[in-house]
Design a protein around this ligand. Structure first.
Ligand code: M6R
Length: 607
């Protein structure tokens, strides 16, 4: 969500900024802009739409001859997407430029006060107050001005500022929105995420909240908000440019779907040793696991769907009460979190504002906390008591796929581990589950071989206006994820229901040829599921069944997606993959922008 790139050094600044912004496109945006510093003045160009629109706009500006610059992709929060509302923003006389990610909650009162003292605003954004505040505070030292302005802002921000009168200088500050500093030789970078700078350096500082950076091409200084210097460890990025590219696939999403077997393999590596779980990362020894009375799982979107699977598994295997909350609801419902309970925050990016806030609420109420995240050094991982890293690798498509399955694996491991430690999973069952978990990568490879057949099926799906997904138990949780995938990238209206709920209302919508994707992978409820499928068929509904039991389901399905046999508790990992592929191919057939669906952002760093 929004992207920042800043550069100071000898390279041609403009192409570097545009290239960096392109690497951040996956975060989601609706307009883009750059500000370039000549040493005397600031040149600003902005355009609504894709980066190609900005490229057209800057066509007349030479790429080099600038000392520093910043680029920004904006995802609109305050003010519609437009040229004017795009960042960077300036003050009254064009002496300062600011690019900002986040939300300034008190911008209205600040703007009124600034207007009262004669400042003129040209945009509808919250951000524009910042350059005007800098204009007011500036006494020849940009770092001091930004420091004092940061003290006036409420909300979340990662912001970069430049002054026309301080050649080659970038000043940035962070609170609740990610920002990193790339360290080069005779050049330095700022960015909201690593891919933007990976082509140039793998060494960076990951800024903490309340840290301010003063960077020119020779040196980078990190300070706290009182101006005291902070000595930070240099983080070495463990992956390279090739990982961040599409590797021959037409879209990141398809690449990431096909990376799932490897992502699961990596997530399991060293966590099962000679048939035993080695899960110190959860920070729960036997006594702690036995003492637990309640566990909270929080997440948003796809991560929330992973939590629903987690609840089912943990309650079943560890006989521990689990509450699952949408992180965006958690802190506003006055939740009861007993001291000593465990709160697990699930977040691919580790930067989701709502999940971070839920984690903080859990901590405030005395819970132990664990993060399940895919991004090292992200905010949630730094604030949680313990961290379990999924090892899905960089996920760039907005639609989460490989991160989701590795979240499932993490929660499966946690459930088995808790069950073993609490004595609720007999030894033989534990061994059987661990063996079955280790087979998941191979089984996932088998499932992905269905891709061409699913592509075919997706041609029909692309004609649909509505779709229903149904399932029971674990299958219901997977149905929820399947419908989210379909609607977010193909824009086909989709809804998921617990199959037994249909007759309590939604069956009214099932008429001739209405498509229903029925997940039927759970033997204990298979008969019930078949009854629900027949209810749909009796009203003329068209069934696509996802199952591993051809004999039982074939008589009831118009189309069958057959999964390999697998332990029923692990089925969600396999069952979701055809749904991801179905959504992907349907979106491709409809000509949608698969990796960057409209209105959505990869990392949702605002509430
Ligand atoms: O980074 P997070 O896992 O915290 O993101 C949470 C959701 O925004 C995310 O899972 C979203 O629902 C997916 N991109 C949907 O595919």
């Amino acid at each position: 969500m929004c992207g920042i790139v800043g550069y100071t050094g000898p390279r041609p600044v403009l192409p570097l900024l545009i290239g960096g912004l392109r690497k951040l496109e996956y975060r989601g945006y609706d307009s883009a802009g750059v500000a370039l510093q000549t040493g005397v003045e600031l040149v600003v160009a902005k355009a609504v739409g894709r980066l190609s629109c900005l490229e057209e706009r800057v066509a007349g500006i030479p790429g080099d001859g600038f000392l520093a610059g910043m680029g920004h992709t904006r995802w609109a929060t305050h003010g519609r997407p437009s040229d004017i509302n795009a960042h960077p923003h300036g003050d009254c006389r064009g002496r300062f430029a600011v690019a900002h990610n986040g939300i300034i909650e008190n911008y209205r009162s600040l703007r009124e006060r600034l207007r009262g003292s004669g400042h003129h605003f040209s945009s509808e954004t919250d951000t524009e107050v910042i350059p005007h505040l800098i204009e007011e505070a500036y006494r020849g030292d940009l770092a001091s001005a930004v420091r004092s302005v940061a003290g006036l802002l409420r909300g979340s921000f990662a912001l970069v500022a430049m002054a026309a009168s301080e050649p080659g200088l970038l000043v940035a500050v962070r609170k609740d929105s990610p920002l990193i500093v790339g360290l080069g030789d005779g050049e330095n970078f700022l960015a909201s995420d690593i891919p933007a700078i990976l082509e140039y350096t793998k060494s960076c500082y990951i800024l903490d909240d309340g840290e301010l950076v003063v960077a020119d091409q020779r040196c980078v200084e990190v300070q706290d908000l009182t101006g005291r210097v902070r000595h930070k460890p240099v983080f070495q990025v463990p992956w390279d440019v090739a990982v961040a590219e599409r590797g021959g696939y037409p879209h990141f999403m398809l690449k990431e779907i096909h990376e799932q077997p490897q992502a699961v393999r990596e997530t399991l590596r060293d966590r099962i040793k000679e048939g035993e779980l080695a899960l110190d990362e959860f920070g729960l020894d036997g006594d702690a696991a036995r003492a637990l009375r309640r566990l909270h799982l929080v997440g948003c979107g796809t991560a929330y769907h992973a939590c629903l699977v987690g609840k089912y598994l943990i309650e079943k295997l560890a006989r521990l009460a689990v509450e699952v909350d949408l992180a965006s609801e958690f802190r506003y419902r006055d939740p009861m979190v007993e001291t000593g309970s465990l709160l697990v925050a699930v977040s691919q990016s580790g930067e989701t504002a709502d999940t971070l806030a839920a984690l903080r609420e859990g901590k405030r109420q005395g819970a132990r906390t664990v993060a399940i995240s895919n991004v090292m050094g992200s905010s949630i991982t730094r604030e949680a008591g313990s961290v379990f890293y999924t090892r899905a690798g960089l996920e760039q498509a907005v639609a989460s796929t490989k991160a989701y399955v590795t979240q499932l694996v993490a929660l499966m491991l946690l459930a088995v581990d808790l069950g073993a430690k609490r004595g609720t999973v007999p030894e033989a069952e534990r061994a059987e589950l661990i063996e079955a978990i280790q087979k998941l990568p191979e089984l996932a490879e088998e499932v992905l071989k269905l891709a061409p057949a699913i592509d075919n099926l997706a041609r029909q799906v692309a004609q649909w206006e509505d779709a229903f997904f149904i399932g029971r138990g674990l299958d219901y949780a997977v149905a929820l994820e399947g419908q989210l995938k379909l609607k977010e990238i193909s824009y086909i209206h989709a809804e998921a229901y617990a199959a037994g709920e249909l007759k309590h209302g939604t069956l009214a919508l099932i008429v001739e040829r209405i498509p229903v994707i029925a997940l039927a992978t759970q033997p204990p409820v298979l008969d019930k599921m078949i009854s629900n499928i027949t209810e749909v068929r009796a009203r003329g509904g068209r069934i696509i069944a996802v199952c591993s039991n051809e004999e039982e389901l074939a008589p009831y399905a118009d189309d069958l997606i057959l999964l390999p046999a697998c332990h029923p508790l692990l089925m969600p990992v396999l069952a979701v993959m055809p749904l991801q592929l179905l959504a992907y191919y349907a979106a491709v057939h409809l000509g949608c922008d698969v990796d960057k669906p409209r209105n959505l952002a990869k990392s949702v760093t605002v509430e």
